[in-house]
Design a protein around this ligand. Structure first.
Ligand SMILES: Cc1cc2nc3c(=O)[nH]c(=O)nc-3n(C[C@H](O)[C@H](O)[C@H](O)COP(=O)(O)O)c2cc1C
Length: 138
């Protein structure tokens, strides 16, 4: 399992720090039925808020030793066909979930980013204190 703990200025919950989106999944390690149910239960109850549902799935996956990768780049028509979606349902994103696989089997283009340290912008870039003229922590 590959760890890529997020750098943060203070300690955050370990699930938030440890969640990351890999590309290398293990095609031979099926997810246990109970874990699939847990992923669904985690998403259930967020009503129609897909952002919250997807984050819950990702965090629940992390807590069970699984990994999740959200994607908007997928073939929506093919997805509709394979999963027999009714015409009024439009898939807008998919989430790959599974056990971590073998990084060396990735296309060469992806190996470097898979192994790179996690980078986060400094808090001051996106957060402000009181008003927009005062970057957080300055
Ligand atoms: C709605 C949405 C769509 C995304 N689409 C893709 C995608 O098509 N392909 C991809 O590799 N990453 C996609 N991402 C980004 C990854 O899921 C992930 O958030 C990003 O690589 C950041 O990595 P991290 O989760 O390890 O911090 C998408 C993220 C979101 C929220």
């Amino acid at each position: 399992m590959m760890k890529k703990t997020a750098n943060s200025s203070v300690q955050i919950d370990h699930l938030l720090a440890e969640r990351w989106s890999p590309r290398a999944f293990d095609p031979d390690h099926a997810i246990e039925d109970e874990k699939i149910t847990a992923l669904i239960e985690a998403a259930h109850g967020t009503q129609y808020e897909t952002g919250a549902a997807s984050e819950n799935i990702c965090l629940q996956a992390t807590s069970m030793g699984l990994f999740a990768h959200r994607m908007g780049g997928f073939d929506a028509e093919r997805t509709r066909e394979v999963f027999k979606f009714p015409q009024d349902i439009t898939p807008i994103a998919v989430i790959a979930v599974g056990y971590y696989g073998d990084t060396s089997k990735l296309d060469a283009d992806f190996v470097e980013s898979e192994q790179a340290e996690r980078e986060r912008k400094p808090l001051q870039k996106n957060f402000f204190k009181g008003d927009f003229d005062t970057p957080y922590g300055s």
